[in-house]
Design a protein around this ligand. Sequence first.
Ligand code: TMP
Length: 217
Amino acid sequence: MPDRPLFISFEGGEGAGKTTQIKLLTSFIEECGYTVCLTREPGGTLEAEKIRNLLVQRDGGDWTAEAEVMLLYAARHMHVEKLIKPHLEKGDIVITDRFADSTRAYQSYGHGLPLEFVNDIHARVLGDFEPDITFLLDIPVNEGLARSLSHLSQSSGDEKSEDRFEKLDTSFHQKLRQGFLELANAHPNRFVVIDATQDIETIQSTLQEKVHEALNG
Ligand code: TMP
């Protein structure tokens, strides 16, 4: 029974390849004998997935950035209390596809809300709860958007399509990338920045090395 639970988040703009890397890393950690709880934000519990639909689907609503943050934190509170903390208490490793840094990057750096607005709500709702490791998959905006648009063009494109955020313009995505990099600079002990233009195997071996260090170091 592992005695070292670890909370890992993955962050990055659109098309950075998080999904592929998360799947591979989950298999690696399971092969090391750990139980992994794989989850995502917004979402992760029944209630939080309902809020996800309001935020990311094309017909979900035209929210202000402030309202988005409050919806995201309602979802995040359910996610942390009902799923993440119970798994960590059991000794499982939790991997989430996005967490609070996405709110800081999208709603604050991207949409221009003061960072304190997000950090104040975070402190009220979750105290100092943050991931142990945050992997930031960093990719130039044009490359990320091209990858993500080719992926979207293969999906159905109806009102339930999850493309509301992808539709924002290139300058938004530039601010987002800068924001993630600034957050990584401000929290060097938690963030690991990965060049997501590298090939899948190279990225994966860096991730595995960092997780191995964290579990055995
Ligand atoms: P995904 O495409 O990685 O599943 O994420 C869903 C979208 O939600 C993505 O465009 C980023 C956005 N988002 C925010 O704007 N703020 C947040 O706090 C989170 C978690 C996601």
